[in-house]
Design a protein around this ligand. Structure first.
Ligand code: NAD
Length: 267
């Protein structure tokens, strides 16, 4: 059955797992061709790529660029443009997190985090904008976080880079405001993925309890990770926000911080 993204193409960074793969599957379900990117076991990546083709009948490719390397980021955009024919949708989603108080935060991890969470989205955005403007259609979606809007302790690099990507989102949105290219950020609350699981592991370890016994307490804690809805957000709920942003209905969303956070930032 044709989807509303038939004929469109998407490049999604950090899409070998978690939210990125969720975006890929949701866009592919609407007929969009996909280029995946990210780390992981070769077999698992191939399974994810082939699954997009077999489940949704779309072209699905993979590029192994390391988002810490600006040259590889721009080469990835060129590769997607060559092999998919164009890039209509760019989702800057690759991300990393590290927990430590600021005085103990390793400078080399700070540098990597800036590169992956903030600079790679800039390099990719810079590289795709000319072709999107030329066709007068494009969607740039940055996966930010509730930590783009409010801080949490012991994740100074994450909070700083996520605030930064929201600023970049707004700037690009204003520069493209009179074109068919939109730029927005999705700000998820806590979704259970590889990236967030360590927060829960730490919470359980601090209390000396098995992880499954502390999940509800974790969600209901007042600080620092408070999700009033009191359940985890699902990957599908985040991916649906991206599908909306890619639709015609999303055309007037410009520079938004699209929170899907169970009320986290409503306080
Ligand atoms: P995840 O660990 O499943 O996904 C992270 C992805 O980034 C993986 O595909 C990984 O291979 C890729 N990646 C990491 N470093 C890379 C590099 N140098 N080069 C290329 N790819 C790299 O975790 P996730 O939760 O799906 O994270 C995706 C995004 O969602 C991140 O930007 C994260 O900050 C954001 N986010 C997650 C949550 C949550 O609760 N899970 C909440 C808010 C925001």
């Amino acid at each position: 059955m044709p989807g509303f993204l038939d004929g469109r193409t998407a490049l999604i960074t950090g899409s070998t797992s978690g939210l990125g793969l969720g975006y890929a599957r949701a866009l592919a379900a609407e007929g969009c061709a996909i280029m995946l990117n990210g780390f992981g076991e070769a077999d698992a990546i191939e399974e994810a790529r082939a699954g997009l083709e077999s489940d949704f009948g779309v072209t699905a490719l993979y590029n192994d660029a390391d988002m810490r390397m600006p040259d590889q980021v721009t080469a990835m955009v060129d590769d997607a443009t060559d092999r998919l024919g164009k890039v209509d949708i760019l989702i800057n989603n690759a991300g990393m997190q590290h927990r430590a108080p600021a005085e103990d935060f390793p400078p080399e991890i700070w540098d990597d985090m800036l590169a992956v969470n903030l600079s790679a989205p800039f390099h990719a955005t810079r590289a795709v904008l000319p072709q999107m403007k030329e066709r007068d259609w494009g969607r740039i979606i940055n996966t930010a976080s509730t930590n783009a809007l409010v801080a949490s302790p012991n994740i100074v690099g994450y909070t700083a880079t996520k605030h930064g990507i929201l600023g970049m989102t707004k700037a690009v949105a204003l520069e493209t405001a009179r074109t068919g290219v939109t730029c927005n950020a999705i700000c998820p609350g806590t979704v259970r993925t590889g990236l967030s699981e360590h927060r829960i592991d730490t919470y359980a370890a601090e209390r000396g309890k098995p992880k499954e016994d502390v999940l509800q307490d974790y969600l209901e804690q007042k600080e620092p990770y408070h999700q009033p809805m009191s359940r985890f957000i699902t990957i599908e709920e985040i991916a649906a926000a991206a599908v909306y942003l890619c639709s015609d209905a999303g055309a007037a969303m410009r520079g938004a911080a699209f929170t899907v956070d169970g009320g986290w930032t409503a306080r």
